[in-house]
Unconditional design. Structure first.
Ligand code: SAM
Length: 444
């Protein structure tokens, strides 16, 4: 089988700083067990002690540089995780994250010849491995994720999927795992070559050294999926500090490159800034009151853990029995702080136009969002690229003047309304409840 040449470009994995929160909270014993090492052993590494000590994969850059690996014989094993009280289910392969809208995602790429594919959010590799299996024509798979644990989980699944569905004599399959934020997609794909030299790469840009032709992937991608937000691994591992159900350090960073931790936001930001994110990112009705309570609590001592934050928020007015419409009163506050810590909306705003530019004509971009703030950014970016939103002219035009040209149409919207999960999926996987899938196709 001429299957897996695995190039793991683990950009960013080395830089996981020992977090302020973990230092201050004195949380040093993450409950993750794994089979080999990731990140901590990467060049210049040594970070990640607090949260990711022991997170593993054989996908460290040293462990798996480009080579002619037979995926079935050198299949890395996925890490074993001990999870908190949020963990209710796993997907059919036993992975700790159940992918949402799987049927609809496969459907939207069904008629696309997916030779070059980018997964912006690999997570546990559920969508990724299904797409690799369903598209044996796939030659290049580039998978982004900021979380080293996602790489550890996704890599063996993608590798195994390729090994299962490729035969001897098939064209080689290349897997590039990129440990970077998807907001860097433009740069990363511009620096990533397309297929190997035996492919149909034209000879416009010959590589002087080897005489081979090289061409960047950017502008040549047939399909991109971005399944936004957090994974079950974030929510279900108390030591990541995303969940108010289990006590853990106030961390909430999706990966080592996050601009700040939840601890930094909660303890360092001025009251007005906290109030603003509670209102805008959390859509929290009681934003002013909750921001004040956080500031009052932290005046006594820093708020170090998720349960200390829940205690600081106190009882929410008008919420009886601890929940409002089935939603825990801390939900919106936690969402707001998480979005701020990871600058999630800024990353999406940068990445969507870059992803559209990265597509080849006929290529498709599919994005799954989980709340209205994300969906609004995606919807607006798609509608702009489809020429449905006129960008503001620099000056007003009078009726008898020649009007400004209509906005260029670079994509077609595959469906006007977002695709949502059916009742049966929501019953199986409650996280599908708020998922919305939007798809656009690049025009020639
Ligand atoms: C909902 S999960 C994806 C699950 C995946 N589709 C699967 O089937 O397992 C989202 C993943 O995206 C990653 N992520 C979130 N924001 C990111 C960003 N800006 N850049 C790169 N990865 C990101 C998270 O670390 C998480 O692993």
């Amino acid at each position: 089988m001429s299957c897996v040449a695995t190039a793991v470009t683990a950009r960013g994995l080395a830089a996981w700083p020992t977090s302020r929160v973990a230092r201050r909270a004195g949380v040093h014993a993450p409950r993750l067990r794994a089979s080999a090492r990731l990140g901590n052993s990467s060049p210049g590494g040594g970070g990640g002690r607090a949260i990711f000590a022991g997170v593993s994969a054989s996908s460290s850059p040293e462990a798996s540089s480009t080579g002619d690996a037979d995926a079935s014989s050198s299949r890395p094993s996925a890490p074993t995780l001990r999870r908190g009280s949020n963990a209710l289910q796993s997907d059919e392969d036993g992975a700790p994250h159940v992918p949402v809208l799987m049927r609809q995602v496969l459907e939207c790429f069904r008629d696309v010849r997916l030779r070059r594919y980018v997964d912006g959010t690999m997570g546990a590799g559920g969508h990724a491995s299904a797409l690799v299996k369903n598209h044996p024509e796939m030659r290049v798979f580039v998978g982004f994720d900021v979380d080293p644990l996602a790489h550890a989980l996704a890599k063996p699944r993608v590798t195994a999927a390729a090994a299962e569905t490729r035969r001897d004599g098939d064209a080689p399959f290349r897997f590039d795992a990129v440990a970077a934020n998807f907001r860097e997609m433009r740069r990363v794909l511009s620096e990533t070559p397309t297929e190997a030299e035996d492919d149909d790469v034209d000879a416009e840009a010959p590589d002087g050294e080897t005489g081979r032709a090289t061409r960047a992937l950017f502008g040549d991608v047939d399909g991109i999926l971005m399944d936004l937000g957090v994974s079950s691994m974030h929510l279900d591992l108390p030591e990541r500090g995303f969940s108010f159900n289990d006590d853990g350090p106030l961390d909430m960073r999706m990966g080592p490159g996050a601009p700040r931790s939840a601890f930094d936001v909660v303890n360092d930001w001025p009251e007005e800034a906290l109030a603003k994110i509670l209102r805008e990112y959390g859509e929290e009705k009681h934003w002013r009151l909750l921001a004040r309570r956080i500031c009052e609590a932290r005046a006594d001592a820093p708020i170090k853990t998720t349960h200390e934050l829940v205690a600081a928020l106190g009882k929410i007015p008008g919420v009886k029995g601890g929940r409002s419409g089935g939603v825990h009163p801390a939900t919106r506050t936690f969402q707001a702080i998480r979005i701020a810590a990871n600058d999630e909306l800024g990353a999406i705003e940068e990445a969507v136009p870059a992803a559209i530019d990265a597509l080849a004509p006929g290529g498709r971009l599919a994005i799954i969002t989980f709340h209205s703030l994300e969906d609004k950014i995606v919807k607006t970016a798609f509608r702009k690229a489809a020429g449905l939103i006129q960008t503001q002219p620099e000056r007003p035009f009078s009726a008898w003047e020649r009007q400004p040209p209509p906005p260029p149409k670079r994509v077609a919207l595959v469906s006007r309304k977002p695709v949502v999960a059916d009742a049966e999926e929501v019953k199986r996987n409650v996280r599908a409840r708020s998922a919305k899938l939007r798809v656009c196709e690049k025009l020639p």
